[in-house]
Design a protein around this ligand. Structure first.
Ligand code: PLP
Length: 470
């Protein structure tokens, strides 16, 4: 142990002239306060974060950033950020904010501004969800904040929440952060990533408090059939579970896939529908989401008061961006052009489907909605495939960043997620690079990141990075 690292204790020793064994193994004086100790203490994170993960913005993303700073051009397909691929927020939403700039200077009600909440109520009514009033709607700084708050208001130590696997990993993280236990129900690739309600029922215990449904799904793009949603609704009603239906991709469906709002099927228990401006309205930087409660709200007075208390503690969500909600939800829905044939998202999804079709390595249950594809690698062709290693190799050697499947709480290691936000020609190039790498794997079954045409400093960093992953 060098003395520089233990400087504070050495100083004390010099002053007191008496010796004792300190944490660094040196003989020093009895403990006395020294101002320098402040700078040398170790600051440990909360134990509560030990099992909390969000790999989508984790080490791979940091490494990609590092490579970009070194001058490499990285195609980042790991995050569903429409703006990063040139998709703009509808102009009318920007105008609505400009018009209301002065009205956005103060705090607003903890649940959000009335016009925004009322616009959500009207959307719910149009979809056939009855009984929702502005009182049942809470606006948050993105759906992300509301995922945390709605769970925090509900869970006690050890309460269980049924969460899909694969999931959008914030759901698992937020259950864990709020002292609950995420119990994953499988949405298997061979079933088009649609869950089996009978299997979900088997996972219920006396501690189960809620079920999370993400439809259309991130990361798989699955759009659940009505019969499956009906069965999940009945299960929740029978067991008295709160239903959290994350419908942030509600208007993003392709080739006739039919989206059914779960709240239209849930009557005899509490249903929380979550959605927002981030995806359908391409305004993820505005940080606006909402949760609308329906079903047995009469039995949820205390819960909704607890949620309101949590909302009060953070005062309110971003007021300015809330002024865009009414404009967004009413009138022309430009997202429809993006997902219709010849629309940008439709065509880029088609490019992914075509690339998978051509590949001898890849498999894919065609995504019916959202803006992702959860691509599989055929284990019969590449039995040693490892999603994290692949994602790292693809980044280091081909300069493409994808999210390995393990980021989404799955037990298998042969999937990765890409977004179909880029245009079709970019995706075409990306999948050629993926194919190149997989072909290299096939000819040299256990490749390492250190192989390939990258510069030595990139290789060195890759090796260090890999150690971190293992
Ligand atoms: N829910 C799902 C399924 C998502 O995919 C995302 C973001 O990617 C969120 C919630 C968070 O959205 P927001 O930007 O509203 O916080």
């Amino acid at each position: 142990m060098d003395k520089v690292a233990c400087g504070a204790f050495s100083d004390i020793s010099a002053v007191a002239g008496r010796k004792r064994r300190d944490f660094c193994g040196l003989h020093t004086a009895p403990f006395r306060y020294s101002p320098r100790m402040h700078t040398e203490a170790t600051f440990r994170p909360s134990e509560g974060l030990k099992h909390v993960r969000y790999e989508i913005r984790g080490r791979l993303a940091r490494r990609a950033h590092e490579l970009e700073r070194q001058g490499y051009e990285i195609v980042s397909l790991n995050i569903g950020n429409p703006r990063a691929f040139g998709l703009r927020t509808p102009e009318t939403m920007r105008l609505a904010m400009i018009e209301n700039l002065a009205a956005a200077e103060g705090y607003c009600h903890q649940k959000g501004i009335f016009p925004a909440r009322e616009a959500v109520v009207m959307q719910q009514q149009e979809r056939g969800i009855s009984g929702v009033t502005a009182e049942d709607v809470f606006i948050g700084n993105g759906v992300s904040e509301l995922i945390d708050l709605t769970l925090r208001a509900l869970l006690n130590d050890g309460d269980e929440v049924l969460v899909p696997s694969p999931d959008y990993p914030l759901w698992t993280a937020a259950v864990t952060l709020n002292r609950g236990r995420a119990v994953h129900y499988p949405c298997r690739p061979e079933n088009g990533f649609v869950p089996d309600p009978a299997e979900v029922a088997h996972l219920c215990t006396a501690r189960t408090r809620a079920i999370v449904v993400i439809n259309p799904n991130n990361p798989t793009g699955a759009v659940y059939p009505r019969a499956v949603l009906e069965a999940l609704a009945r299960l929740a009603e029978e067991r008295g579970l709160v239903v959290f239906s994350d419908e942030i991709y509600d208007q993003m469906t392709y080739d006739g896939a039919g989206f059914v709002p779960l709240a239209t099927l849930v009557h005899d228990t509490l249903c929380a529908t979550l959605a927002g401006l981030s995806k359908v309205y391409r305004a993820c930087g505005y940080r606006v989401g909402w949760v609308a409660f329906s079903g047995r709200t009469s039995a949820a007075g205390d819960y909704l008061s607890a949620l309101e208390l949590l909302c009060s503690l953070r005062l309110c969500s971003n007021v300015l961006a809330q002024w865009a909600v009414q404009t967004a939800l009413g009138g022309h829905q430009s997202v429809r052009e993006l997902v219709a044939p010849r629309g940008r998202l439709h065509d880029s999804r088609a490019a992914i489907l075509a690339a998978v079709q051509r590949s001898r390595f890849l498999t894919l249950a065609p995504p019916g909605g959202a803006m992702y594809a959860f691509v599989g690698v055929n284990p019969a062709v590449l039995p040693d495939f490892d999603d994290q290693r692949f994602a790292l190799d693809l980044l280091e050697q081909k300069h493409v960043l994808v999210a390995p499947g393990v980021s989404f709480n799955v037990p298998y290691r042969n999937h990765f997620r890409v977004t179909n936000l880029p245009d079709a020609s970019t995706l075409h190039k990306v999948f050629s690079r993926i194919e190149e790498l997989l072909t290299e794997y096939a000819t040299a079954p256990r490749p390492t990141a250190a192989r390939g045409s990258v510069t030595p400093n990139v290789v060195g960093a890759a090796a260090r990075f890999r150690q971190g992953l293992e």
